[in-house]
Design a protein around this ligand. Structure first.
Ligand code: SF4
Length: 441
């Protein structure tokens, strides 16, 4: 019931600018500019998944393209939903899967998943867009994307090193929702809602609770703080996911930030292009273009997320001149090997997304099953450096617990000195000397 209320509040929230929703929200990927009109009622009536009799899994797992797989999913689970509706991001949000009885229809739940879902008190809410659900394996609970978004009983175990706010964001927050950690930049948290919740979220203490609202009054306070601190030249808008704001709300915020002369660049941190690519409409992109220099960091987890829909969404953003970077969390049994990571980084480059950060997983409560050793991260970077393009190598960082900021971790290529020579090891572990004879003057 609580979840139902949250979902309906959420729909109300994203629908708050009725004009923007009722009008033509042009060309979501794949829709060829069809007109979309928001109607929660018709969306609900389309949710008919009880009478599936086809051998779904057999067809689902044959060697179809990603595109075919998604189409098949739509026809199977949402038979009355039109392509136009499926490609409408409001429809995707209104039909998010957020209750256990819904999950049972889409997935063969493993014992562990069933157990945790039957218990009250999950710390992080669950919600998955129908689009992202279409990428999950129906039967394999170990499927990487499934592990990232479906809760398991491991989440209920809290270890001593785990903290609600491992990065100490609350203590570095001069105004509610604004984190000022580094001298020249701030994190601007617009709200706490996401299209799909990641089980390893650093902000699991906040997201999905409806407590951090996109209120103008709070935004004004945050903006005023930025106006008063001239050293702030870079504002990262994040959340929750800022791309769940309506175009109008987002534009209002961007325009306010652009009026502050010392704000040089604006960045948006988002997972929406990956879990809700339908949101990247031409209308949104046209609006974003007006606020350059604007950068976007996209949260990717696994190469299977790089579908034609996501590729199209990234293409639209890149064509608008928005530099795209990726952020990936290193996750045990999800992406913790060189081959998976290399495949992801290569797919990103093909979509014009520059691999930016690889994060060591933060020790939030119930995260032990997701965390790897730091050595594992070093091994992965070592397995990339020299073996693929430099552009495909993200910076591996640990966000220092307690608010120390990002600390880069890299394999030891610098071995030491021998008189005027610097001793270096290359990617093949061979030793080289560089004549470091120039003295600083
Ligand atoms: S999209 Fe980002 S903010 Fe939202 S749950 Fe995932 S990691 Fe957290």
């Amino acid at each position: 019931m609580e979840q139902q209320i949250k979902q309906s509040n959420f729909i109300k929230f994203i629908s708050s600018d009725t004009k923007s929703i009722a009008e033509k929200d042009d060309e979501p990927p794949g829709s060829r500019g069809e007109v979309s009109v928001f109607s929660t009622l018709s969306f609900k009536s389309n949710f008919l998944i009880n009478s599936i009799s086809v051998p779904y899994n057999h067809i689902y797992h044959s060697r179809r393209s990603e595109d075919e797989k998604i189409k098949y999913f739509r026809r199977t689970f949402f038979p009355l939903t039109t392509v136009k509706e499926w490609n409408d991001w409001h429809w995707q949000v209104a039909n998010r899967i957020h209750r256990i009885e819904q999950l049972n229809k889409f997935l063969t739940l493993a014992e562990d998943e069933r157990l945790v879902l039957s218990r009250p008190g999950l710390k992080l809410p669950m919600a998955i867009s129908p689009y992202y659900m279409s990428l999950l394996d129906r039967d394999d609970a170990a499927h990487p994307l499934r592990r990232a978004v479906i809760p398991t009983t491991h989440e209920l175990i809290q270890r001593p090193e785990e903290k609600e706010d491992p990065l100490g964001e609350e203590s570095q927050s001069p105004v509610r929702g604004l984190v000022h950690r580094y001298p020249d930049r701030v994190l601007f948290l617009v709200h706490d809602l996401c299209a799909t919740y990641c089980r390893y979220c650093t902000r699991s203490r906040v997201v999905g609770r409806g407590l951090l609202k996109p209120e103008k009054k709070r935004f004004e306070l945050m903006l005023e703080y930025i106006r008063q601190v001239p050293s702030i030249r870079d504002v990262l808008i994040s959340g929750g996911d800022p791309l769940l704001l309506s175009d109008e709300r987002l534009e209002w915020l961007l325009s306010q930030l652009r009026k502050i002369s010392h704000v040089e660049i604006i960045r948006i941190g988002t997972k929406v292009p990956v879990v809700l690519p339908q949101r990247i409409t031409s209308k949104l992109v046209k609006m974003l273009k007006r606020y350059h220099p604007l950068w976007i960091s996209i949260h990717f987890t696994h190469p299977e997320e790089c579908t034609p829909e996501v590729s199209k969404a990234c293409e639209k953003l890149a064509d608008a001149g928005i530099p795209l970077g990726s952020q990936t969390v290193l996750l045990r049994h999800i992406n913790d090997n060189v081959e998976t990571m290399k495949k992801l980084m290569h797919s990103l480059l093909q979509m014009r997304v520059r691999p930016y950060y690889l994060y060591q997983c933060d020790p939030i409560p119930g995260s032990f099953h997701f965390r790897t050793s730091v050595q594992k991260g070093i091994e992965i970077i070592k397995g990339l450096r020299g073996f693929t393009s430099g552009y495909a190598i993200p910076t591996y960082v640990i966000d220092a617990p307690g608010g120390g900021g990002k600390v880069p971790i890299s394999p030891e290529y610098w071995v030491g000195r021998d008189e005027n020579d610097v001793l270096l090891k290359n990617y093949e572990n061979k030793l080289f000397r560089y004549p470091d004879v120039v003295k600083e003057r």
